[in-house]
Design a binder for this molecule. Structure first.
Ligand code: TYD
Length: 140
């Protein structure tokens, strides 16, 4: 586990999830993916113009998957940013602690599945970008 203060966008990446392909359909397995799972939630029925996220977490690891449709994720570490479009249910975006995320451009019918390493705790959130920059020590 790494400290959220020192993480950068380079600590986040796309994980290819093992998938069993059959003529009867596909089956994707999420198992032992970088952290122990404590919580699962999913986001859906997102209006086209809606933007979500706009926060960071101090300790939480997340794996984000577009299990249906597509949406864009922007990750920021206070210096750099990485924009990625998730559209493949066989791929998960690993977000380590200490990264600011913004989610937008949800397609009609998009479902965003999130696997999380901790139970919900509002204390783990940083919801102001200025506070995030202070936390990352980008502002003296
Ligand atoms: P939030 O994490 O801010 O979602 P998003 O970044 O996608 O907009 O959560 C939205 C609301 O839902 C917020 O009031 C907290 C609540 N919530 C829970 O109660 N439990 C949870 O596990 C999550 C993820 C959110």
């Amino acid at each position: 586990m790494i400290d959220g203060i020192n993480t950068t966008i380079h600590d986040c990446h796309i994980i290819q999830l093992r998938t069993v392909l059959r003529p009867e359909g596909k089956l994707t397995i999420i198992q032992n993916e970088k952290f122990d799972l404590k919580r699962v939630y999913y986001i859906y029925d997102v209006p086209e113009e809606a933007e979500r996220g706009y926060h960071a977490h101090k300790t939480l690891y997340q794996l984000v998957i577009a299990i249906s449709g597509s949406f864009s994720v922007r990750l920021k570490d206070g210096v750099r940013e990485w924009n990625v479009r998730l559209r493949d249910p066989k791929k998960g975006l690993l977000i380590r602690p200490g990264l600011w995320r913004e989610m937008s451009n949800f397609s009609v019918g998009a479902v965003c599945l999130v696997l999380a390493s901790e139970l919900y705790s509002e204390e783990d959130y940083i919801r102001s970008y200025d506070s995030f920059l202070s936390y990352k020590k980008c502002i003296q």
